[in-house]
Design a protein around this ligand. Structure first.
Ligand code: HEM
Length: 225
């Protein structure tokens, strides 16, 4: 095979790009969950928040930047996975645990599968946000009544089930990914690792747990509000 030349197609460059886009996407998810928590303040606060966001002229630019992080992340991770498969098409025979000091977990061994699930989920999620899912309602003060739409969507147990499973998958991706990304970017001194590993797991629980609580709130409480 011809040697790769560009810095971002070298293996170090690939590692940096995956780590960097991973960190940026985690930061985005933290902002996203914080924004979504406004739902607990009621329809007026939530719809005003959503309308302010939607009517910001910079939104298309922000969406484009976000999309570019996703595209780079997905392209690089899938390519990396495929070239690792080509380099070693036969799996290692020994599948037993490598002992208590190993960092290998279910989450770390299934990153490509949790990532691909996430990709499918994102397509459904973005479609629901942009084009609406089911009936669309106007909010009298301006924009859409996304609060009502969210409550109606989650009134459906199938939607809540799909959403909760997807959030558990996000949690799994971040359980390994959040700390791994910092280490890919060079933060791998033992003293830092002691902080980064539990912090990564805390982020996974916070993000996945936060979105699950919102879905359950909408399912059990929303239809009555
Ligand atoms: C909100 C969405 C996502 C977030 C927050 C996210 C976050 C991360 C983070 C932080 C890492 C660790 C990077 C590193 O170790 O340097 C990672 C790794 C990975 N991601 Fe994602 N990711 C997302 C979506 C996706 C999608 C859609 C895919 C689709 C294929 C994907 C596939 C992977 C794979 C395969 C790895 C492991 C890379 C490796 O170790 O070689 N991710 N992700």
């Amino acid at each position: 095979m011809a040697p790769r030349t560009g810095i971002f197609s070298s293996s170090v460059g690939t590692k940096i790009l995956i780590g960097l886009t991973g960190v940026l996407l985690v930061v985005y998810l933290l902002i996203h969950i914080a924004g979504n928590m406004v739902v607990f303040l009621g329809p007026a606060a939530f719809n005003t928040y959503a309308f302010t966001l939607e009517s910001n002229p910079l939104l298309p630019l922000v969406e484009l930047v976000l999309l570019s992080w996703f595209v780079i992340h997905i392209y690089k991770t899938v390519r990396n996975f495929l070239s690792n498969q080509t380099a070693r098409p036969v799996a290692y025979q020994k599948k037993k645990s490598a002992g208590h000091t190993t960092r290998k977990t279910f989450a770390s061994s299934t990153m490509i599968f949790s990532g691909l699930w996430l990709f499918a989920f994102l397509l459904v999620h973005v479609k629901a946000f942009h084009d609406g899912w089911g009936t669309q309602y106007e909010w009298p003060a301006g924009g859409r009544d996304l609060y009502r739409q969210e409550m109606e969507t989650f009134a459906n147990p199938v939607m809540v089930g799909f959403y909760i499973i997807s959030m558990l998958v996000v949690g799994s991706h971040l359980w390994h990914g959040a700390s791994s990304a910092f280490q890919s970017l060079g933060a791998d001194k033992p003293a830092w690792t002691r902080v980064i590993l539990p912090a990564g797991k805390a982020i996974a629980v916070l993000v996945a747990g936060g979105f699950i609580v919102i879905a359950l709130f909408a399912h059990f409480y929303g239809v009555r509000s």
